[in-house]
Each structure stands twice: as C-alpha cells, then as structure tokens.
Design a protein around this ligand. Structure first.
Ligand code: UDP
Ligand code: MG
Length: 320
C-alpha cells in the first residue's frame, strides 16, 4: 500500500464527508493505493456514524476506510499515536479533519518522501487563515523558540499536515501533548532528514477550533520537558549531580570563609558578629542543603532509569 492517511478528529461530523470525497478524488487521479484511518477522539456529535457510513459506501478496491473510536476524548496526540500504530502504507500522511489542510498537497508530499529521500516533511502554512492576534502572532514566537531549542529549521512545527516515511512513525512514540513536536521526536530518534513544504491553508468551514490560547503555555512547558529529556533523560546525574555538587561546594567554601573570619576576629580581639546572625552563614548553609538535595534527586532519578524497560532500546538502522 502506498499511503496511509491518518485523520484525528473531535466533533468534526460536518467536515468529514467533504474531506473524504476530496481525498478519494486526489488519490484516484494519482492512482495511489491507500487507506484512510479516521481516529475519532471521543466525539460527542455523530462523527462516528459518518465514519461508519463512509466505510460502508466505499467500493474502490484500491482504497480502504478504517476507523478507530475512543471511548472518551484523550487528545490529538493519543489519536495520532493509535493512527501511527495502525498505519500500513509506505508513506504516512497526517491531516486535520476540519478541511483547513488541503488533500491536493498529498501527491507532492508523497514524492518528497519517496524520491527526495526525506524522512519527514512538515507543512508550512505560509499564508494562514486563522485569527491573527490569538494564533498567528503567538505561533510565530512559538516557532522561533522551537527552532532555537530543537535546532530544526521549520517555520511551522505544529502543522497538522505532515508526511512520514513508515519507519519514522513506527519508531517514535507520541505521548501526552507532544504532537506539537513530532519533528523533534523524529530527530531525537535519528531521523534527521526533515523537510518542509509550503502548503495551502483554508478557513475553518464548520465547527470550532479545539485548542485555546493555553496551547502556547502548555506548548512551551512541553518543549522544555522534551529538551530536558533529550539532553539528560538517560543520564540525569549529569545535570543534578553537577548543579548539586557546585552548590554544595560554593556553600562549603562560604561556610569556611565565614568561620575563618570569625576565628580571625576572635584571635585578634576584634569585635565581630555572632556567626548565627550572619546572613552569609545562612545563605551558605542553605546552598549546602540544596546542593545535597539536588545530588540526591539525581541519584534517585538514576535508580528510576535503571528500572526503565526502555533503558537499552536502540534504533538499529542496518545490520549485516
Ligand atoms: N483534535 C482531536 N482531539 C482533540 C482536539 C482536536 O483529534 O482533543 C483534532 C481536531 O478535530 C482537528 C485537529 O485535531 O482535526 C486539529 O484541531 P483544530 O483544528 O481545533 O486545531 P487548530 O486548527 O485550531 O490548530
Ligand atoms: Mg484547524
């Protein structure tokens, strides 16, 4: 099978028939064999009935319509995760269900993966039809930060329309709300040929956006988590141990200095502050305690990792 198209959706019943018809038309024109996997993320409208209807109507032998229905709403990442697990095509395309992404882009995305050798191609909504103030502007900031942190030069990291080599989706694990950073997950897994294609974007026709402005707060925190996991996830002691040791050392020296000055003053008969009321003494002790705690946190994290079943999971590219 050439292509798997994964469509995560939450309350998008009105858009689905048109979306499917459009996908089917493009696929037929390009003679692809394909499957569409609708992942119904706990919708409470009649999206699932629409999907079962689409499956029943399908007569094209080059096409299969599949559906996965969650019992409740788990979020877009969960939907993508299950779609990725189910996908069988050589190239996997993800797209939003709300008709904001155009299926006309699929043939070129497919070509970039199969002929140009990209592992992942992300869409870039260069001209966006969303609210300028609540979405486009924060999104620019968000992408600039993401480029700095991840080192991946994408203009639109969180674009719903993306294409992947099958290998990629079978070897990365999207979790919690990490769908925003799939290119980063791919890069960290060793899939480094990541490209970008300017894609058409359209206004939402039906329904409403499912993500509020808090996406940027959560998105930023998730980015920090991923960065930290990638850098120190396998060796937390390299972070906590270093910072903890440094703090302890500085605190220790400071205590020595405070004590030394007091002894010096005593031995020379000079009036000096009680050590117990000297603010530097308290700051120094605090640093030593915090240093010990950080060190201990690193140690505990190492113990946790020792028990992680994935501690020795490596992606092997080839063997001879
Ligand atoms: N979506 C989902 N589960 C959710 C929220 C959203 O599957 O909990 C789907 C949604 O139906 C759509 C896609 O994710 O197909 C992108 O959502 P939306 O269009 O609301 O995002 P925006 O375009 O506003 O970034
Ligand atoms: Mg949308």
């Amino acid at each position: 099978m050439d292509i798997s198209i994964i469509v995560p959706l939450y309350n998008e019943a009105e858009s689905l028939p048109k979306l499917y018809e459009w996908i089917a038309r493009v696929m037929k024109e390009n003679k692809f064999s394909y499957e569409v996997i609708f992942v119904n993320d706990g919708s409470n409208d009649n999206s699932w009935e629409v999907i079962t209807g689409l499956q029943a109507q399908n007569t094209d032998k080059n096409a299969s319509v599949r559906g996965i229905c969650f019992r409740r709403n788990y979020g877009k990442s969960a939907a993508l995760y299950c779609g990725f697990k189910a996908a069988q095509g050589d190239v996997v395309i993800t797209m939003d269900a709300d008709l904001q992404d155009s299926p006309d882009e699929i043939p070129e995305l497919y070509r970039m993966i199969t002929e140009d050798g990209f592992d992942l191609v992300s869409g870039w909504k260069q001209k966006r039809y969303d609210n300028a103030l609540t979405k486009n502007l924060p999104s620019k900031l968000f992408n600039a930060t993401a480029r700095k942190v991840t080192g991946i030069q994408l203009h639109d990291m969180n674009c719903g329309l993306k294409a992947y080599r099958k290998d990629v989706v079978k070897n990365i694990e999207v979790f919690s709300e990490m769908h925003r950073y799939i290119p980063y997950l791919a890069k960290n897994a060793g899939f480094t040929k990541i490209g970008e294609k300017v894609v058409q974007h359209r206004k939402r026709e039906f329904g409403t956006s499912k993500f509020g402005i808090n996406r940027f707060v959560n998105g930023y925190l998730d980015l920090m988590t991923l960065w930290f996991l990638n850098k120190f996830g396998k060796q937390p002691m390299h972070f906590f141990g270093l910072v903890g040791s440094l703090m302890f050392f500085i605190g220790f020296i400071a205590v020595l200095v405070v004590g030394g000055m007091k002894l010096y003053a005593l031995s020379h008969g000079v009036q000096a502050m009680l050590v117990g009321v000297n603010p530097y003494f308290h700051i120094a002790i605090l640093m030593m305690i915090l240093g010990c705690m950080l060190f201990l946190a690193g140690f505990l994290a190492e113990l946790v990792i020792r028990n992680s079943p994935s501690r020795n999971d490596y992606l092997i590219k080839e063997e001879i």
